[in-house]
Ligand binder design. Structure first.
Ligand code: SF4
Ligand code: SF4
Length: 115
């Protein structure tokens, strides 16, 4: 029986953050309420939708994004981040679009996103 291959865990998101500074992040108000997101993190996108403050503008940047895109970043709302934040995965189309927008290189094949 073969041993399990060694695994290398990388989290390219920790020195990226491009997707948090590229798109409008909107979701139902009911989700914002159920997650307990503070009013200071939200803007109204429609009668039924909230968006993360800072993402509904020509040069979006979520108010919860800390640090410098492409250098070192963190999310001050990580435990409460809404569903669109979970949906973007390292290496997917949205990720590639965001990284390209910020002049960041494509991710290596082995890079995986956590969470
Ligand atoms: S999902 Fe992609 S664009 Fe978003 S932080 Fe991670 S590596 Fe960057
Ligand atoms: S809540 Fe966090 S993960 Fe979601 S867009 Fe803002 S900084 Fe990014």
């Amino acid at each position: 029986m073969m041993n399990a291959p060694a695994t290398v865990t990388l989290n390219p998101c920790l020195d990226c953050g491009a997707c948090c500074a590229s798109f409008r992040v909107s979701f139902y108000w009911s989700e914002a309420v159920s997650l307990g997101l503070p009013d200071t993190a939200l803007e109204q996108a429609s009668p039924w939708h909230a968006c993360l403050r800072g993402t509904n503008q020509p040069a979006p940047r979520c108010m919860a994004l800390q640090g410098e895109v492409g250098q070192s970043v963190s999310c001050s709302l990580y435990a409460q981040r809404p569903s669109p934040c979970h949906e973007v995965q390292a290496g997917d189309a949205q990720c590639r679009k965001a990284r390209h927008k910020h002049g960041l290189p494509e991710l290596p094949v082995l890079a995986l996103r956590h969470g």
